[in-house]
Ligand binder design. Structure first.
Ligand SMILES: *Cc1c(COP(=O)(O)O)cnc(C)c1O
Length: 346
C-alpha cells in the first residue's frame, strides 16, 4: 500500500489507489442488516454462485470527501442523498434496503479511518483532488436459478482521486451514439445497478478510439431525445435557460444534477427546466456540460452527430458553466457558505 506521504497529488487521475481500510456490513434473511465494522482493505471471499456474480444483483454508489481550506476539516457532500438512492435501488433489485444509518456509518468510518488519503485542500490537477468513496451492495448468497439471494454484503472502500477527465475542467469532445442505448423505460437506468455499466464499455471504447472522451446516449424509444453522457447527467443552456432531461425513468437522478439545478436558479439566476430535450435543440445550444460526482462539471466543447461536428462557445468554457462549476466546487470545499445543508463534516 502506498504511504499517503508519497502520493504526488498533482499526478493522480481517476484510478484506484488502495487505502488502509474498508467497511463491511452483512445481512442474512431473518436477521436483517447488522451494523458493520472496519477491516483492512483487501480481497474478499465469495461463493462462486453468489447472485451478484451471475445475475448482477448489486448496486454501487459514489460520493466524495473534500478537505476544507480552514482547519483541515473533512466533509462529505450530501451523503444522505446517496443513502436514499441506494435504498431505491435496493427495492428495484429485491435487495433488503440498507438502512440509512448503516450507510452513513460506513461512509463516515471509511472517511475518518482514511483521512490521510484525502488530498490537501484544492490540490490535484485543476483542484479536483478528493477522496472518492465507493459504497456497494451485493447479493452474496449462493443461487442457481434467477432469484434473490439470501445473504448480502454492504462494502465501502475509498480511493484518493484527481480529475476524471485527464485535462480536468476543460472542454471535452463527445459523440452521440447512433447504435447503442443506455436505458429503456421500465428497465433499471434510474438506479445505480451494476448491470447498467458493462454494456457502456464498448460504445465508450469505440468513441475513445475515434478521439472522443465519451458517448452521449439518446432515448431508446424515439432515438431523438438526449439522455446522458456516459455515466453523467447532461445539461444545455440557451439564452438564460438551463435545461436537463427530466427524470422519467431512464435518467439516473444525479446528486450533482440536483445541486446544479439549485445553483443555476439561485446563484446564476437562470430559468431551469427539466424536460425532454431533442438532439436538434442541443446542437444549437450556447453552452453544454455533463455532471457527476466523479467528473464534477465537464464542459462540452463539441458534439459529433451523424459524422458532423457541432461546436459550443468556440470550444471554450461558457460563462454559466464556469460559474456553476466554481460555485459547486467552492461549496464542496467550504469556501462559500453552504445555505442548503449539503456539507456533512466527518
Ligand atoms: C452516478 C451516475 C450519475 C451521476 O450521479 P451523481 O450523484 O451526480 O454522481 C449520472 N448518470 C449515471 C448513469 C450514473 O451512474
Amino acid at each position: 500500500m502506498l504511504d499517503p506521504k508519497d502520493i504526488n497529488w498533482d499526478e493522480i487521475g481517476f484510478s484506484l489507489i488502495p487505502t488502509n481500510s474498508m467497511y463491511v456490513a452483512r445481512c442474512q434473511d431473518e436477521k436483517g442488516w447488522q451494523k458493520g465494522e472496519l477491516e483492512p482493505f483487501g480481497d474478499i471471499t465469495l461463493s462462486p454462485s453468489a447472485s451478484v456474480l451471475h445475475y448482477g444483483q448489486g448496486l454501487f454508489e459514489g460520493l466524495k470527501a473534500y478537505r476544507h481550506h480552514e482547519n483541515e476539516k473533512i466533509a462529505l457532500f450530501r451523503p444522505k442523498d446517496n443513502a436514499q438512492r441506494m435504498i431505491r435501488g435496493c427495492k428495484r433489485l429485491c435487495i433488503p434496503p440498507i438502512p440509512e444509518e448503516i450507510f452513513i456509518d460506513g461512509v463516515e468510518k471509511v472517511a475518518r479511518a482514511n483521512k490521510d488519503f484525502v488530498p490537501p485542500y484544492k490540490k490535484g490537477a485543476k483542484a479536483q483532488g478528493a477522496l472518492y468513496i465507493r459504497p456497494a451492495v451485493w447479493g452474496t448468497g449462493p443461487v442457481l436459478g434467477v432469484a434473490p439471494s439470501s445473504r448480502y454484503a454492504f462494502i465501502v472502500f475509498c480511493s484518493p482521486v484527481g480529475p476524471y477527465f485527464k485535462k480536468g475542467f476543460a472542454p471535452i469532445k463527445l459523440k452521440i451514439s447512433t447504435e447503442n442505448h443506455r436505458a429503456a423505460l421500465g428497465g433499471t437506468g434510474d438506479v445505480k445497478a451494476i448491470g447498467n455499466y458493462a454494456c457502456s464499455m464498448l460504445p465508450g471504447q469505440n468513441a475513445k478510439k475515434d478521439g472522443y472522451s465519451e458517448v452521449i446516449y439518446l432515448d431508446a424509444k424515439h432515438d431523438k431525445y438526449v439522455e446522458e453522457v456516459g455515466a453523467a447527467n447532461f445539461f444545455c443552456i440557451k439564452g438564460n435557460t438551463l435545461a436537463t432531461p427530466s427524470l422519467d425513468g431512464t435518467i439516473l437522478p444525479g446528486i450533482t444534477r440536483r445541486s446544479i439545478l439549485q445553483i443555476a436558479k439561485d446563484v446564476c439566476g437562470l430559468q431551469v427546466e427539466e424536460r425532454k430535450i431533442e438532439v436538434d435543440e442541443v446542437l444549437k445550444a450556447d453552452e453544454a456540460f455533463a455532471s457527476g460526482t466523479a467528473a464534477v462539471v465537464a464542459p462540452i466543447g463539441s458534439i459529433c452527430y451523424n459524422d458532423k461536428e457541432y461546436t459550443f462557445n468556440n470550444f471554450e468554457v461558457g460563462k454559466y458553466t464556469q460559474k456553476i462549476y466554481d460555485t459547486l466546487l467552492n461549496i464542496q470545499h467550504g469556501v462559500i457558505e453552504d445555505k442548503y445543508g449539503w456539507i456533512y463534516p466527518v
